[in-house]
Write a protein of this length. Structure first.
Length: 235
């Protein structure tokens, strides 16, 4: 392997950063044109339940800000895997074989787990949540018109997708702590009861105030905790 000077390392790093920025800008431009499709896709969980519903644009700039924010979101979604690959290509030549075998599965599993968590929230949790809110508003004790603000809805929906995507990183974090010697397998098994309590508390804080939503987050996180124990090394 050819050794590089410090200056060459900086040149190589700058080149890769510029590529990431280039991809980010291109993805923003593409996201601007497909943002209406993204908005339509993100509103499906609500409109599938509330078929006669509509959204409120409360300001003249709402349409512009929604389109811009969705294009940025799309760009981050596209650029992050490319940035991780560039990071791997930059550091991999300087790693030992055992270090490579340790890091590259993390770079692959992290985006996959995030997509699984976001997909679970989108297709399973959000329909329950929106059905709960619609029934609650329609059964209000006073006459009420349900007209959600478009930007607030998107912020809420995207926020939940992020929460579940990050929550599904739990097994990766626990296995990583185990492999570097911070969390022995026996200790993880012994702390199971406390972990379950913590998971329930986290689910209650991060989800809307209904039992179904909390269960839909707590149960997968508990299963992921148990799954992570299976992949831990014994002391």
């Amino acid at each position: 392997m050819r050794k590089m000077t410090l200056g060459q390392h900086f040149v190589e790093l700058r080149r890769r950063i510029l590529w990431v920025l280039f991809v980010f800008v291109c993805a923003v431009c593409l996201g601007w044109y497909i943002s209406p499709v993204l908005q339509s896709f993100l509103t499906e969980p609500l409109l599938n339940i509330w078929q006669d519903g509509s959204f409120l644009y409360s300001g003249l700039t709402d349409g512009l800000m929604i389109r811009f924010s969705l294009s940025i979101l799309f760009s981050l979604f596209v650029t992050t895997p490319f940035a991780l690959w560039q990071l791997w290509a930059y550091i991999a030549p300087g790693l030992h074989k055992n270090e490579k075998n340790f890091i590259w599965p993390i770079l692959i599993c992290s985006p996959v787990l995030f997509l699984l968590g976001a997909g679970f929230a989108f297709y399973i949790l959000l329909p329950f949540v929106f059905n709960f809110f619609i029934e609650l508003n329609q059964n209000a004790p006073v006459p009420a018109v349900l007209l959600p603000v478009a930007k607030d809805y998107l912020s809420f929906a995207i926020g939940l997708l992020k929460v579940f995507g990050l929550a599904f990183q739990l097994p990766l974090i626990l296995v990583l702590l185990n492999r570097i010697g911070i969390l022995p397998k026996d200790s993880a098994i012994k702390m199971r009861r406390y972990a379950i309590v913590l998971i329930v508390v986290v689910a209650a804080v991060l989800t809307p105030p209904d039992v179904v939503s909390q269960i839909l987050l707590a149960v997968p996180m508990w299963l992921l905790f148990e799954l992570s124990i299976l992949f831990m090394k014994k002391d």
